[in-house]
Ligand binder design. Structure first.
Ligand code: PRT
Ligand code: MG
Length: 214
C-alpha cells in the first residue's frame, strides 16, 4: 500500500490534475469529505489529508510514503530522511519581508536597532536576518501575519506572497525577497527502497507532467 500525504487548499487544487495523470483518482471530494483517509481507484494507493505544515512530518515518520509540500514549509523543518526528487512548479509564491507602506525599511535596517519581525517562518527568518547582519526579535505567529505591523506589534513580517493583494489591502509593501517558493514532491527515503516498484512510476509520471507544462 502506498500512502500519499496531501493538504487541502492550494496544494490539493494544483495537485489533482497531476494525480489524475499519474492514474490516481481520489474517489471522494477531499474538500467536502470529513474523512482523513481517502481511497483512490487504485487498490494500492490511498490519500491522507493533513495540515500543510504536517506533510513533511508524516512522510519523514513513515505515516505516509510520499507527499507534496511547499518549499516554505520544508525550509523551516529538519528534512532528514526525506528525498525531494521534484520541483512541481505549482502553488508558486515568494517568501518576502514586508513592512507598512510608510516604513523606510532601508533606514530602519541601517539604524542598527533591533528589528521586531512577526512570522510563522522562525528558522528561515532567523537565518535570513543573520546573513544580513541584522539583529531581530522574532515573534512567532500561526497566521494573519499581516496584522502585526498594523497594530504596532512588529516592524516587519516574513510571509509568502502570491498576488500581493493581501499586502496591498492592508497597506503593506514587500521590501525583500527571501526565496522563490513552489510545491515539492517528497518521498520517505526508506520507502523509496522497500516500495520502489510502486513509488518510482508515480515519481516519473509527476516528472512527465511537470515537463509537459513547462
Ligand atoms: O494548514 P495550515 O493553515 O497551517 O497551512 P497553510 O495555511 O500554509 O496552507 P495553505 O493551503 O494556505 O498553503 C499551502 C502552501 O501553499 C504554502 O505552504 C505555500 O507553499 C503555498 N502558497 C502559495 C501559499 C500562497 N501561495 C499564498 N498566497 N500559501 C499562503 N498564501 C497566503 C499568503 O500568505 C497571504 O496571506 O495567502 C494569502 C493571499 O496571498 P496574496 O499575495 O495572493 O494576497
Ligand atoms: Mg491555512
Amino acid at each position: 500500500m502506498i500512502t500519499f500525504a496531501l493538504s487541502k487548499g492550494r496544494i490539493l487544487d494544483d495537485t489533482r490534475p497531476l494525480l489524475r495523470t499519474a492514474g490516481i483518482d481520489v474517489l471522494e471530494d477531499p474538500e467536502s469529505s470529513r474523512k482523513l483517509i481517502l481511497p483512490t481507484q487504485r487498490d494500492d494507493v490511498r490519500v491522507v489529508l493533513v495540515r500543510a505544515s504536517d506533510v513533511p512530518t508524516y512522510v519523514q515518520q513513515g505515516g505516509a510514503d510520499i507527499g507534496i509540500s511547499g518549499k516554505d514549509v520544508l525550509m523551516e523543518q529538519d528534512t532528514a530522511g526525506l528525498y525531494e526528487p521534484l520541483d512541481l512548479n505549482i502553488a508558486k509564491c515568494r517568501l518576502m519581508v514586508a513592512v507598512r507602506n510608510e516604513t523606510d525599511y532601508e533606514a530602519l535596517v541601517q539604524r542598527g536597532r533591533r528589528l521586531r519581525v512577526a512570522t510563522k517562518y522562525i528558522q528561515t527568518a532567523r537565518a535570513h536576518f543573520a546573513k544580513k547582519g541584522v539583529h531581530v526579535d522574532l515573534i512567532k505567529l500561526y497566521g494573519s501575519m499581516e496584522l502585526a505591523p498594523l497594530v504596532g506589534m512588529a516592524d516587519a513580517i516574513v510571509d509568502v506572497v502570491s498576488s500581493g493583494a493581501t499586502l496591498k489591502a492592508n497597506n503593506l509593501k514587500a521590501v525583500e525577497k527571501i526565496a522563490d517558493i513552489s510545491a515539492r514532491l517528497i518521498v520517505n527515503q526508506a520507502a523509496l527502497k522497500t516500495k520502489r516498484d510502486a513509488l518510482m512510476p508515480i515519481v516519473e509520471s509527476f516528472a512527465k507532467s511537470v515537463e509537459a507544462r513547462t
